[in-house]
Design a protein around this ligand. Structure first.
Ligand SMILES: [Zn+2]
Length: 54
């Protein structure tokens, strides 16, 4: 199962470098745009925007 990262709703973009050690990949940046979920094309890490409860 791929790692999931929760992101604050006001964050518009994230970056991923694959990990905290030498097993990572080149840093890549992703913009959420109108989506609330991003998947890193290198390592499959999932970025989920926190949902605002109304
Ligand atoms: Zn990644």
């Amino acid at each position: 199962m791929n790692e999931e990262v929760l992101v604050d709703p006001d964050i518009e973009s994230v970056f991923c470098s694959g990990g905290e050690d030498d097993l990572g990949h080149p840093i890549v940046y992703y913009n959420f745009g109108d989506k609330n979920k991003l998947v890193c094309g290198y390592c499959g890490k999932i970025f989920l925007k926190k949902v605002n409860h109304e």
